[in-house]
Ligand binder design. Structure first.
Ligand code: SAH
Ligand code: DHB
Ligand code: MG
Length: 227
């Protein structure tokens, strides 16, 4: 094994250890993963410990309304929606109708069909509908769709977040390339634009935490919307 493979195996082993004790799957989460895999969806959902983190964040702020960009098979959706109180609501966007069909079944199987409002199509096209419905303000936004649009989703969500809300963006570090100002990857350019926009934004206080684990080396940006 190369040094890099050894390191990845260690990160994965720690994830497995922590997940088994602190973020174990119940039947619905297990089925969400299995059915997503069976349907050929890419296995790029948040890890169990990251799903648990999203759940804890939503619980900690007492979130009642959650917005999510990028549903895939609804694995992160289920973790988040389970933090909502009775009467809570989660709106999630998925561009791929085939993924959305799998997500809908996973959400229904988890008993969250009444809480989760799944919108199918490219998120930017569907956002005006939310305004027309007066759907906000949101207590927590999880941005995890097409990475080039993360700064656009952030800006939209910020304008519709209540004081005390959290905005979380996944996949901002991308194996460390975030620090590479000469990167030509448009996904990296977008994460750098996100950081510059946040730095200049008086309405939020934010940080980025690097993560290692079963999903490799990446990170989250966490932004608290100020009062
Ligand atoms: N949040 C999920 C993983 C999402 S993966 C989880 O952790 O379980 C990213 C998803 O974003 C993919 O399913 C992809 O189809 C979707 N996506 C890509 N572009 C999109 C867009 N413009 N609008 C909405 N969803 C999009
Ligand atoms: C990948 C990982 C993600 O968390 C995501 O949202 C999209 C893609 C990936 O590893 O390719
Ligand atoms: Mg992600």
């Amino acid at each position: 094994m190369s040094g890099q493979e050894e390191q990845q195996e260690r990160w994965s082993a720690v994830d497995r250890y922590v997940e088994e004790l602190l973020a174990p799957h119940d039947a619905a989460l297990e089925a969400a993963i299995e059915e997503s895999e069976r349907a050929g969806l890419p296995q790029i959902q948040v890890s169990p410990s990251q799903g648990k983190l999203l759940h804890l964040l939503a619980s900690a702020i007492g979130a009642r309304t959650i917005l999510e960009f990028g549903t895939l098979g609804a694995y992160s959706t289920i973790w988040l929606a389970r933090a909502l109180p009775a009467g809570g609501r989660l709106i999630t966007f998925e561009a791929d109708p085939r993924y959305a069909e799998v997500a809908r079944q996973n959400v229904d199987r988890a008993g969250l069909g009444e809480i989760v409002d799944l919108r199918v199509g490219p998120a930017l096209d569907l956002l005006p509908e939310l305004d027309a419905e007066d759907a906000g303000p949101f207590d927590l936004t999880f941005i995890d769709a097409d990475k080039e649009h993360t700064p656009d989703y952030f800006a939209w969500a910020l304008d519709r977040s209540r004081p005390g809300a959290l905005i979380v963006a996944d996949n901002v570090v991308r194996a460390g390339e975030l620090a590479d100002e000469r990167s030509e990857d448009p996904k990296i350019a977008a994460q750098r634009r996100l950081h510059e926009a946040i730095a200049a934004e008086p309405r939020v206080s934010a940080t980025t935490i690097q993560t290692v684990g079963g999903k490799g080396y990446d990170g989250f940006t966490l932004a608290l919307v100020l009062g």
